[in-house]
Design a protein around this ligand. Structure first.
Ligand SMILES: NC(=O)c1ccc[n+]([C@@H]2O[C@H](COP(=O)([O-])OP(=O)(O)OC[C@H]3O[C@@H](n4cnc5c(N)ncnc54)[C@H](O)[C@@H]3O)[C@@H](O)[C@H]2O)c1
Length: 316
């Protein structure tokens, strides 16, 4: 019996595999296609520390391939699935919606079908705060009416959630949908604002800021996310539910830039550009359900997390 982590070479997936190595004795399969959404060399570095572990099997493959997934599930008889693999960027989804629908919706369905053929004890599905969309009232409560997603990415994440919940109702697949909010920390994805800003400030280059910097994000540290994901794999009452994992303290993007300037010790040269479509004005997690069902309470403050991220980024 073992644990499957899809997207295991990505930012969150690689941290979660390290978490599993530290907190369980289970064998782990790290499945990733090493696609070129961002430099695959970054993904190879993400897994470098654990790839040689006798407890981790790295499988380079595509979860959209249903025959390959059936064979993988038949071979390993997974006890738990942590489905983190996806195309995860908001803005690129506006340009490439079909790619997002293929990987995020069809790929999730392929995995749910494999889990129907070879039943698992838990199937945790990474959704996103973007499912709240425009018009949802902040702080976002899981069981209040959702808005309409503002990007194809958000729509594919909501579609994946709905398929998971349908499989739970129809086939009894023990699905839990997790909605992470702006995750950050060491090994952060290179396409995300915090990385792009840190790179520009440290190099003394102009920093591209889309809009006026007043949009707010509920930045949540990767260690807190790993605690919440692990609880979602084990907590009894979580099955069939959608659950937020956030920090519940939205920070304006302008404030993020100030914190990065302080941690790096250099001023930012801001290059104001017009707003890009698809972005939500604010994300803010209500955490009462996560606390009730998962015992989740974020511990890592922004004051602690940003300097830690900068130390990793500058490798000091
Ligand atoms: N990072 C965040 O702030 C955030 C917030 C909300 C939700 N999420 C969700 O969490 C999950 C992980 O996000 P991340 O930031 O680690 O992204 P990431 O891009 O670093 O990791 C995703 C991984 O999935 C892999 N992948 C994509 N399609 C695949 C396929 N068809 N077969 C096999 N592997 C495939 C990619 O190669 C990549 O390594 C995603 O589902 C994302 O939507 C992330």
């Amino acid at each position: 019996m073992s644990i499957l982590v899809t997207g295991g070479a990505g930012f969150i997936g690689s941290h979660f595999i390290e978490y599993l190595l530290a907190h369980t004795d289970a064998p782990i399969v790290c499945l990733d296609s090493f696609n070129d959404y961002y430099d695959p060399a970054v993904k190879r570095r993400n897994i470098a520390e654990f790839a040689a572990s006798s407890r981790v099997t790295v499988v380079e493959g595509d979860f959209c391939n249903s025959e390959a997934m059936r064979a993988l599930f038949a071979q390993h008889r997974f006890e738990q699935v942590m489905h983190l693999g996806a195309y995860a960027g908001v803005r690129p989804s506006v340009e490439r919606p079909l790619l997002y629908q293929k990987n995020n919706v069809e790929g999730t369905l392929v995995l749910l079908e494999a889990a129907r053929a070879f039943p698992v004890q838990r199937f945790v599905l990474a959704s996103s705060s973007t499912v709240y969309g425009g018009g949802a009232t902040a702080p976002f409560c899981e069981d209040a009416p959702l808005g309409v997603p503002l990007s194809p990415y958000g729509a594919t994440k909501r579609a994946a959630e709905l398929l998971g919940l349908t499989y739970h109702g129809l086939h009894g697949t023990p699905v839990v949908c997790i909605r992470p909010f702006s995750v950050y920390g060491p090994r952060l994805r290179p396409d995300l604002a915090m990385t792009i800003f840190a790179a520009a400030i440290s190099a003394g280059r102009p920093l591209p800021l889309f809009g006026d910097g007043t949009i707010r994000r509920d930045f949540t540290h990767i260690r807190d996310i790993c605690d919440g994901l692990f609880a979602a794999m084990t907590a009894d009452k979580a099955v069939g539910e959608c659950i937020n994992l956030g920090h519940s303290e939205p920070i304006a993007v302008r404030e993020l830039i100030t914190r990065l300037e302080q941690a790096i010790g250099k001023p930012a040269q801001i290059d104001f550009q017009s707003e890009k479509p698809g972005e939500m004005p604010v994300t803010h997690a209500d955490l009462s359900k996560a606390e009730r069902l998962l015992g989740y309470r974020p511990k890592v403050s922004f004051d602690e997390g940003v300097p830690e991220f900068v130390r990793w980024f500058l490798r000091v």
